[in-house]
Design a protein around this ligand. Structure first.
Ligand code: FA5
Length: 353
């Protein structure tokens, strides 16, 4: 069969396969797996599209159009099924789960402290507080910034070129052509340099968002803590000493780390600091993607262009920065084997901490 015919055939088969599966799935998790298997970044539709390169220009355009229409149709069908399953789920809950919204809350006896039994601090908030205590004791200020950011603060001022792949829709939720949900707390670096007079040290804890495919270690909404210090002379050894002190303070023991070169446009040189996975002890598990190491602490020396964007003279000022992944750190701390638990509203999860 000619390649073009084969591709059309593959698309037809794929459509049938998805529709058959949608017809029988009764489970929301299965539905998300179907979405990943067929329409995800590494899904079957993408691999068919990859083969488009081998057909002639005219046929490529035609088949590409059919494939895109099929994608939209299947997204629609999956959405519809998702809605149906959700409706069924809530219908079922109606019979077994209900509450009386008119009941008054219980009165707590004098001397009762919230937190003992009634409510819980979320483990990510607890880790954030712990880190804030460690950093403020080292002279760092705590900064905040907007979650809906300008493209300039999130990318442009941080030395991302116009065509950098991280700007693509795959990674970023844009709200307008100029605004986006910040993809990292590094977006606050420029505001920090402009607000605090150097020499300065700051941390920025906060929520960030990415258009991610979710798995045991990736969320679309997660937490980071940025750290930045600006001084006359800052070296890689200053940075590494800070990182070691930090991990030692958090875990109250020597943790095994490894340093790899890492590329981030806003630092030079840049590093990835990985921690031996405390979930599997380095043997390999879904959280560390069987590597035995978890990426928690990318870092580097601030790029002179970024210092300039912050309104400072790079001839006079140098800097170091790091971006801690809070969810993954908490996973290492408590041995939580799936990042999706953090967004799970089930109180049984929170009661463990
Ligand atoms: C950054 O976001 C850089 N801004 C970090 C940085 C700051 C580098 C300052 C140099 C100097 P990265 O994309 O690797 O880098 O994310 C940082 C950390 O966030 C990761 O190590 C990881 O722990 C966590 N992280 C990244 N993506 C996800 C995700 N989808 N779900 C959960 N955690 C994630």
């Amino acid at each position: 069969m000619r390649t073009a015919e084969k591709l059309l055939n593959d698309l037809k088969n794929l459509q049938k396969e998805v529709e058959d599966k949608l017809g029988i799935t009764e489970d929301q998790k299965d539905l998300e797996n179907i979405h990943i298997e067929f329409l995800g970044k590494k899904g079957k539709l993408t691999s068919i599209l990859k083969a488009l390169g081998s057909v002639s220009g005219e046929e490529r355009g035609k088949i590409g159009k059919i494939a895109n229409e099929l994608k939209a149709t299947l997204e629609n069908s999956i959405d519809q099924r998702r809605g149906d399953l959700r409706k069924q789920y809530y219908e079922k809950l109606k019979d077994t789960e209900w509450f009386d919204a008119t009941v008054l809350p219980p009165r707590f006896p004098a001397g009762f402290h919230f937190g003992e039994t009634a409510g819980h601090i979320h483990p990510i908030s607890a880790m954030q507080k712990k880190l804030e205590d460690i950093f403020t004791s080292m002279g760092f200020s705590i900064m905040d910034g907007p979650q809906i950011e300008t493209d300039y603060h999130n990318f442009g001022a941080l030395n991302f070129t116009e065509d950098h792949p991280a700007r693509e829709m795959q990674d970023t939720f844009y709200t307008t052509s100029e605004h986006l949900l910040r993809t990292h707390t590094s977006a606050v670096q420029i505001r920090g340099m402009r607000k605090l007079t150097p020499p300065m040290r700051m941390i920025v804890p906060g929520r960030v968002f990415r258009y991610e495919e979710i798995d045991a270690s990736h969320e679309h909404t997660f937490y980071q803590m940025e750290g930045m210090l600006i001084d006359r002379y800052v070296s890689v050894s200053n940075l590494l000493h800070l990182m070691h002190t930090l991990l030692g303070e958090i875990f109250q023991k020597q943790v095994e780390v490894r340093l790899r070169p890492g590329y981030f446009p806003f630092v030079e040189p840049g590093f990835e600091l990985d921690m031996k996975c405390l979930i599997c002890g380095g043997k390999g598990c879904p959280v560390c993607k069987q590597s035995g190491w978890s990426e928690v602490l990318p870092c580097g020396l601030v790029h002179p262009n970024v210092i300039k964007s912050g309104g400072l003279d790079p001839e006079k000022w140098q800097g170091a920065a790091f971006g801690l992944g809070l969810n993954r750190l908490v996973m290492m701390w408590y041995g939580i084997e799936d990042i999706r638990y953090f967004q799970n509203p089930d109180p049984e999860f929170l009661y463990q901490f």
